[in-house]
Design a protein around this ligand. Sequence first.
Ligand code: SAH
Ligand code: MG
Length: 196
Amino acid sequence: MNKIELQNIKKKALEEKIPIIMDDTLEVISKILKEQPPFKILEIGTAVGYSAICFSEYLQPNGYIDTIERDEARVKEAKQNIKKAEVEDKINIYEGDAVEILPTLKDTYDIVFIDAAKGKYPFFLKEAMRCLNKNGIIIADNVLYKGYVMSNYNKHKQRTAVRNLREYIAEITESPNLETQILEVGDGLAISKRKD
Ligand code: SAH
Ligand code: MG
């Protein structure tokens, strides 16, 4: 991977207020990927490709990442960034709404990274469980949503996201098939290992 390009991609994304993965969150995920190098990763929410490019470093030889993004302009920029970082052979973008694309995926994955519309997390979880390999891990970003998830007084526009994030947290912590940890890094990170 081209590290200088990666720094430029990060800088530009931050300047444009694109919600890329936070440094402390990336550190935690990198550690997991280093310990258990994945062959296939599924990412929901590509944005401009920053996290996917970072994760690609930890793939097993010939491993790859499928990543989904619905915003046309971001897909275009992600493709350029992936090329600049010289990881085109490792990252494939599915362009469109993950709600429609996920049910069509036939592949199975070692890691599923959920980082898109908060109101859809329970649906993303169902699909992640369906295509997760044995010993696979589902990682979800933004699960504490600036603390709104712990508050009873949320603005109307946050309510649907908060309700669905709470449902997501309840499901991952109660599922007999998952071993879950929720960390207060970044905007809240949930790490759920499949244990059946
Ligand atoms: N993972 C990226 C950041 C993703 S930001 C990184 O860390 O670099 C979240 C992205 O998810 C946004 O670009 C948004 O357009 C996309 N998104 C939100 N809901 C989506 C959906 N239902 N289907 C596909 N993409 C979605
Ligand atoms: Mg995020």
